[in-house]
Structures are given as C-alpha cells and as structure tokens.
Design a protein around this ligand. Sequence first.
Ligand code: P6P
Length: 340
Amino acid sequence: MSRVTTLAEFIVEKQTDFPYAQGELSRLLTAIRLAAKIVNREVNKAGLVDILGAVGGENVQGEEQQKLDVFANERFINALENQGVVCGVASEENEDFIPFHSDMAQQSKYVVAMDPLDGSSNIDVNVSIGTIFSIFRRVTDHGPAQLEDFLQKGLEQVAAGYVIYGSSTMLVYSTGNGVNGFTLDSSIGVFCLSHPKMRIPETGKIYSINEGNYVHFPQGVKEYLKYCQDHDPATNRPYTARYIGSLVADFHRNLIKGGIYIYPGTTKNPNGKLRLLYECDPLAFLIEQAGGRASNGFKRIMELDATELHQRTPMFIGSTKMVEEAEAFMAKYQEVPARS
Ligand code: P6P
C-alpha cells in the first residue's frame, strides 16, 4: 500500500515552492482546510437538522439565501480572520469586502476572494455543491484590506482552489506548481492526497451548458452547439451533453474526464451570470495549471480587468482544443461581451 500524504504534510513539503510564503500561505491553506471540514459536516447532515431551506433573506445577488450559504460564509470568514493570515476577504455573500483589523491581519500579505457555497440552489436536492477561493498578494502596504487589493487581474493570483461536497468531499488547489486533489477521509477528519498532478485531457467529448437559454445565446454559441451535436465519428461527434447546474461539479467532472463548460453572455445578460473575481478567475488559474484553457470567448479570463467586486463575465473553460473550437465559432461573429 503506497504512503498516504495528508494535506497538512503536503502543504509543509511544498511550501518551499513558494519562497515568499515563509509558512503564511501554509497557514492560509490550513484555515481553508479547517473551514472546509466544518462546512462538509453541515452539508452532509443538511437533511437531518433544521438547516435546510431558505433563511428567508436574500444575498447581495438578490438570490434567495440558503441557511448553508450563511453558515459556510461565516465559517470561512472566521477561519481566515482567526488565523490572522489575510487582511481581508471578498465574498459572493457580502456586498462589500470585509477588512480585518487585528494587528496580525493588518501585517499579513494576502487577501482572499471566495464563493463560500456555489450552486446553493442544489442544496435542498442533494446535488454536489462547492466552495471556490482565490488568493492574491495585497497591493497596499499594510493595514486592513482596501478595494484595490481585490481588483487585480486573475494573472496576479498566487493560489486558487475549490472544495467539492459530493459523493466524497475533495479539496483541489494550486499554488502555481500544478494542481493536486485531496479527498477527505471523514473517519479521521483528514484530507489525503488522492489526485496528484491533475491534468485535463487536451480534448474531450463532454459539453456543459444550460441549453434552456438557447434562444438568447450569441450566434457563435448556437453554431458551436450544432457542431457538438453533428454526426462525425472521425471527430468523436456528437459529443455528450452533461449539465449539473453546479459550477464546481461540472468543472470537476471536466477536469478529470475532459470537456468544456460554457456560461455565455446572452441578449438578456451580455456579461453572463458567473462572477469574475471568485468563480471565473480561480477556476481559470486551476485549468491553466492543469493544461486547459479559459476565456470569455475572445480573451483569456485571467487577463480581464477587474473593476467591481461582483462583476460578471461570460466563460468558456475546459480542454484546450474544445475551448479553441468554441472560440473559432465566436470569432466568426465578433459578438464581444459588453465588458472585456
Ligand atoms: P443556470 C449556481 O447558482 C451557479 O452560479 C453555478 O454553480 C451554475 O453552474 C450556474 O449558476 C447555473 O446557472 O442559469 O444554468 O441555472
């Protein structure tokens, strides 16, 4: 039986890859690891305690807020604040960013942008959901975080990852030296290295998009979908449609099997639905580290300017050859998103 490497051991072993961390990034990842275990515990028993269902409020996105959303948000924010390793957090659940004021936090080097529980509309129907996080080095000198610490291009990320609460719970992350996946052994409460050096297949057969929005799609997307559905055995078509409606679950499946996930701009929402800062940028960082590609249909996601905390962007992400195929259809019509 091969040696089991725990996440804690891996972080320590690999922190030399991150010379300027001196353990700070390790402590940051430890905070995320702790919060992930706590959220996992509640997700796994959501059907058993009165935590299911809507808390009755709405989040800043105007979406019905689920109790687990609130719980997850509080757990991750508390864990990050208590470790004193970030000077602030931006969250999908909070309209403004949250600056931290402790002496240690004000001296820290990093900020975190996160979606604490993405796919929350799936909570009550027991479909996999996830946490997505992005880590930047602060650009201000010291003191509590400021808005400019968060409004950085995705290229500036120093680390990113996600937790998927599914048939098993996994933490998948990268600090810029490849992507590694850790599966939670709940019997001992430890994340164990189960997917070392993850690479997405260069091409694949799975396309993931909400075709219910077809009539509102740009012409380039409509034509790409027909390309996916054409019969051409020489190019493995028709492809297979898979759409879970939970970004982390769709992304994770494609990372392992190959495929493309598309949330395009539409006539109703020209910049699509997904958020640049804490959904698209961190997943783009991961997919590129795994050998894949992520764009808004025209421009690399991680090169997009971040001007607002909750700004949206269309996203085409997955196997390089499949994303390039889709971009070729988009280029025919040059329907460039409103902001790019
Ligand atoms: P639609 C969940 O709210 C989410 O942000 C992603 O997890 C998911 O991929 C997408 O929205 C689903 O959106 O419009 O297809 O229901």
